[in-house]
Each structure stands twice: as structure tokens, then as C-alpha cells.
Design a protein around this ligand. Structure first.
Ligand code: RB5
Length: 152
């Protein structure tokens, strides 16, 4: 498995922790984030990871900024991306099982190292369930691709 990871200046240390954690799990990591604590515009990392995920060059992505919000908003503008901000493992697992999330995001100012590892593990260990959830994911894709939501 290959994952892309991106971050801003608030999350350099946590990004490195998560890179090490992913490597220990046997995951190949493509790091497209900043390694400087100088102010860095998070949309750049969100876009970079989003395009790698949407193109299929990687199997998924991890995004970390101060809250996880801005960087996931940016990634979600890339068609095909479903980036979910999760601050605990249950939501992380459900974001994969029900929403088929292809990027997990969280905040370096919100979660500590150990919680971040649990979030990543829970997300990686979960599988998309399809079934009734596919109709809803398809509706999200319809909004993205056509600007309309059938049935709304
Ligand atoms: C940077 O100060 C902060 O705004 C950013 O890391 C992130 O939290 C934005 O959503």
C-alpha cells in the first residue's frame, strides 16, 4: 500500500511521527508536505495529496494541519476526493466503512501523537461496506460532477 501525506507548518512533528508509524506498518509513504515550521499555506498540501489520490497514483492520503479542516477543505475540491476530518478512531473507521473516505485528516492542535496513530490505524484497518452506502456516495459524486443531487 502506498499513501501520500501532507501537512502545514503546525504539523511537521506529527507528520514525521505518522510517517514513521506508517512505515512500521509496511506502508510506502509519499511525503508532499512541508518540513519547515515557517508559515506554509495548507491548500498546497491538500491539493498535492488530493491529486495523487484522485489520479490513483497512491491508495489514499493523510492530511494534517492545525485542525485538519482547512487542508481537507482544499483536498475536497479535487474531484474524486473524499477527505474526512476525524479526531477519534470511531469516526475514522466509519468514514471508510460508510463514506468510502480516501483521505483521513486531523489536527495537530487537536489530537496528540498516540490518538493520531489510533485514528490512522482505525482508518487503515476498516473497509468500505458498499451496499446501501454506495447510493449515498454516488449522490455525493453527482453533486461534485453535475452540481445537482438527484431526488433533492
Ligand atoms: C494555521 O494557523 C491554521 O489555520 C491551519 O493549520 C489549519 O488549522 C487551518 O484549517
Amino acid at each position: 500500500m502506498k499513501l501520500a501525506i501532507g501537512n502545514d507548518h503546525t504539523a511537521v512533528d506529527l507528520k514525521r511521527t505518522i510517517c514513521d508509524h506508517l512505515s512500521a506498518r509496511g506502508v510506502d509513504v509519499v511525503d508532499v508536505g512541508t518540513n519547515s515550521t515557517e508559515s506554509f499555506d495548507y491548500p498546497l498540501s491538500g491539493y498535492r495529496v488530493g491529486t495523487l489520490v484522485a489520479s490513483g497514483e497512491v491508495d489514499g492520503g493523510v492530511l494534517i494541519c492545525g485542525t485538519g479542516v482547512g487542508i481537507s477543505l482544499a483536498a475536497n475540491k479535487v474531484p474524486g476526493v473524499r477527505a474526512c476530518v476525524c479526531s477519534e478512531p470511531y469516526t475514522a473507521a466509519l468514514s471508510k466503512r460508510h463514506n468510502n473516505s480516501n483521505i483521513i485528516a486531523f489536527g495537530a492542535r487537536v489530537v496528540g501523537d498516540e490518538m493520531a496513530k489510533l485514528i490512522v490505524d482505525s482508518w487503515l484497518d476498516a473497509s468500505y461496506e458498499g451496499g446501501r452506502h454506495q447510493r449515498r456516495v454516488d449522490l455525493i459524486t453527482s453533486i461534485e460532477q453535475t452540481g445537482s443531487c438527484p431526488g433533492a
